[in-house]
Design a protein around this ligand. Structure first.
Ligand code: PGA
Length: 250
C-alpha cells in the first residue's frame, strides 16, 4: 500500500510572518491527522521559519524549486544542499516554472538527479495544456515528460520520488479533471511509463499525486482512485480549511 502524501504548494504567497501565524493556527489539527504524509512548500524565504514552526512534528517542508549546480556564480539561485538544510522535499518542473521561467524537461532531469544526490525527495510535476488535452495528445505528451524527467535515474531512485500529474488547465481555475480521467492518465501516462522504463516493482512503489483545483469537496473522490496516491494543492492549502481537505482525503 502506498501511503497518501498531500503537499501544499503555497507558490508566491504568504510572508514568513504570515506563514508562521497560519501554521500556529492549524498545527494542533494537523498533527492529529494520521495515515497521511503532509508537507508545506513555502517560498524560499519562508522555508526556515516554517521548518522551525513545524519542528517536532512529522509534517514535512519542501521548496518550490532549486538549481542543480552545487555552488558558484549563479545569482538568485538556491543549491540542493541549501534546500536540504531545511527541507525533505523539492517541487521540480511545476508548470508555472516551465511556462513563465522557461524550464525544460532536460533541466528538470538535471534537477531531479541533483535533488536525489542531496537526499531530497523530488516532487516532479507533469501535465498537459488545454490545447493538448483537446487535441487528444495528453497521454503521449505526459509520457514523454515522465520519460525525460527520469532519464538516467536508477529504479531505486525512481521508486523513492514523487510524481505529480497536474493538467495545466485545472490549475487555479476551479476546473478539476474528473477522478476517472485523472486516474486513467496517471495509470497509463505516469505509472505506465514508469513501468515500461523501470519495471513494475518500481512503478508500484512510486507515489503519484494529482494536482489542479483540489479542494475539501473533491479530494475524497480523487484519493479513492487506484493510481492516485496524494495531491499537490495550491489555492486550497492557503486556507485553514486545508485541515478539512486532509481529513476528507482518507
Ligand atoms: P491549485 O494549484 O490547487 O491552486 O489548482 C495546484 C498546483 O499548481 O500545484
Amino acid at each position: 500500500m502506498r501511503r497518501l502524501f498531500i503537499a501544499g504548494n503555497w507558490k508566491m504567497n504568504m510572508t514568513a510572518a504570515d506563514a508562521v501565524k497560519f501554521i500556529s493556527e492549524i498545527k494542533d489539527d494537523l498533527v492529529a491527522i494520521e495515515n497521511i504524509d503532509i508537507a508545506f512548500c513555502p517560498t524560499f524565504l519562508s522555508v526556515p521559519a516554517v521548518s522551525e514552526a513545524l519542528a517536532g512534528t512529522s509534517i514535512g517542508v519542501g521548496a518550490q524549486n532549486m538549481y542543480f549546480e552545487p555552488s558558484g556564480a549563479y545569482t538568485g539561485e538556491v543549491s540542493p544542499a541549501m534546500v536540504a538544510e531545511f527541507c525533505q522535499y523539492v517541487i521540480l518542473g511545476h508548470s508555472e516554472r516551465r511556462g513563465y521561467f522557461g524550464e525544460t524537461d532536460q533541466g528538470v532531469n538535471q534537477k531531479a538527479k541533483a535533488a536525489l544526490a542531496a537526499g531530497l525527495t523530488p516532487i516532479i510535476c507533469v501535465g498537459e495544456t488545454l490545447d493538448q488535452n483537446e487535441a487528444g495528445e495528453t497521454t503521449t505528451f505526459v509520457s514523454g515528460q515522465v520519460a525525460n524527467a527520469l532519464d538516467g535515474l536508477t529504479g531505486e531512485q525512481v521508486s523513492k520520488l514523487v510524481m505529480a500529474y497536474e493538467p495545466i488547465w485545472a490549475i487555479g481555475t476551479g476546473r478539476t479533471a474528473s477522478a476517472e480521467d485523472a486516474n486513467a492518465i496517471i495509470g497509463t501516462a505516469v505509472r505506465g511509463t514508469i513501468e515500461n522504463l523501470f519495471g513494475s516493482s518500481v512503478s508500484e512503489k512510486v507515489r503519484i499525486q494529482y494536482g489542479g483545483s483540489v479542494k475539501p469537496s473533491n479530494v475524497n473522490e480523487l484519493m479513492g482512485k487506484e493510481h492516485i496516491d496524494g495531491a499537490l494543492v495550491g489555492g486550497a492549502s492557503l486556507k485553514s480549511s486545508f485541515v478539512e481537505l486532509l481529513q476528507n482525503a482518507l
